[in-house]
Design a protein around this ligand. Sequence first.
Ligand code: GTP
Ligand code: MG
Length: 149
Amino acid sequence: MERTFLMLKPDAIQRGLVGEVIGRFEKKGFKLVGLKLIQVDRALAEEHYKEHKGKGFFEPTVQYIMSSPVVAMVWEGKNVVAIAREMMGATNPANANPGSIRGAYAMDISRNVIHGSDSVESAEREISLYFKPAEILHYAKAGEEWLSE
Ligand code: GTP
Ligand code: MG
């Protein structure tokens, strides 16, 4: 089954949005298979955002992600990578649909509540950055038979 890496950024934890945001993915029907509260160090932050190295927002983004704890998660489900990105909304909350997470809960591109992998390949890379294989769990979830045939 497809997996994605989602991370609640420091603003989500500081603003008390953890339950709110996790609840959206739970209610959609996706399965939580990995979860931890962590403090990101510089090496991990730079590796995470390496595609943006050289851009003006790279250093502030790295600094920000290290500034306070984050919630790292792995979610599983059909087309979860693309659907989670839709649920998150546009990178800049000013352009995000108000029904999306960023549209509902954020105002500024540098404080946009959540990170989500942008492709299946990115998801595999990011999951392995943040999680050891044994930290991703396999289990049957009650009610799965009510979500799809
Ligand atoms: P993530 O899920 O966080 O990776 O967002 P994204 O994939 O929608 O955006 P992208 O990977 O292009 O950028 C990563 C993060 O860098 C964004 O979530 C923003 O917080 C930040 N960022 C991107 N573009 C800008 C920008 O133009 N200005 C500022 N200040 N931050 C930016
Ligand atoms: Mg991105």
